[in-house]
Design a protein around this ligand. Structure first.
Ligand SMILES: [Zn+2]
Length: 276
């Protein structure tokens, strides 16, 4: 299908830019200047060596000048962005919600990788993302902003009511997403006297709630914690003794948020069907 191919190619180009953001934002560098260069020998990368996905394989994963390895993160981020844009097109079709969620997924990919590599969820991404999610909530897909709690209050057919309903759902999402994580962090600090969770995770969940509403924010925390527990216990079994390792909780939450946006309501409906 040509639309899906276009979505994939567009995702590759965006993914190429996201790679720059992942490296430069934690280092507090400009994402526009200077041009991309090899981190080992600092040689500027030629346009023909900077083609998403393809260049990595043509160059055999090595810099053309100094032959030192290029991080596998580059093709992985590019391929992930392309695939997520295809998935978003599949779910939302050509609609404002497609662009909104493609933007959301792109920001989440950046956060997934900055947390994985540096244990950082930059405020310059999470805070504007929260504001953007809330102010553009009108354009979010109704299948995501649906809520049994609010549907009884608002009639979704009139545009004013859609503004009211989606804004309320988004605001409630911010409160539930950030609030639940803040509560867990406070309990953790009180019970075990350690900071198990950074404020970055709380701000990340505010952004997720702004885009996905309260029920999918809740699901994101559930799935993210489950993923963290599985990966964490697998790590505990294989780790070397005495080594402390801080799990990148933001990475798990980010992945869970993407899954919730794409399949969350189907999962909730499937689960709820058992209790009818
Ligand atoms: Zn080099």
């Amino acid at each position: 299908m040509p639309e899906l191919t276009i979505a994939f190619l567009f995702g590759l180009i965006v993914g190429s830019f996201l790679n720059v953001v992942i490296v430069r934002v934690p280092a507090r560098q400009s994402v526009i200047f200077p041009r991309s260069h090899c981190p080992h020998c600092s040689t500027a990368i030629a346009v023909y060596d900077n083609i998403p996905l393809l260049s990595y394989f043509f160059l055999g994963g090595k810099c053309r000048h100094c032959t030192r390895p290029i991080s596998l993160r580059y093709p992985v981020v590019e391929f992930s962005t392309g695939s997520l844009f295809v998935a978003a097109y599949w779910k939302f079709g050509l609609s404002p919600a497609l662009f909104l969620n493609a933007l959301f997924f792109s920001a989440l990919l950046v956060l997934i990788f900055t947390d994985l590599y540096h244990r950082i969820l930059p405020d310059v991404i999470t805070l504007p993302l929260t504001l953007l999610g809330f102010s553009l909530s009108y354009f979010q897909d109704p299948s995501i902003m649906e809520s049994q709690l609010l549907e009884n209050w608002f009639d979704l057919h009139s545009p004013w009511r859609r503004i009211a309903s989606h804004s309320a759902q988004s605001l409630l999402g911010i409160l539930v997403g950030a609030g639940v994580l803040w509560l867990v962090a406070a309990l953790y600090l009180k019970l075990r006297n350690i900071e198990g969770m950074g404020f970055g995770d709380i701000k990340l969940m505010a952004a997720v709630g702004a885009f996905l509403g309260w029920s999918l924010a809740w699901l994101t925390i559930f799935l993210g914690s489950l993923l963290g527990a599985i990966v964490g216990s697998a790590y505990m079994m294989y780790r070397k003794k005495g080594r402390r390792y801080e799990l990148p909780f933001g990475t798990f939450l980010g992945a869970a948020a993407i899954a919730s946006a794409l399949w969350g309501n189907d999962l909730i409906r499937w689960y709820a069907a058992f209790y009818r």
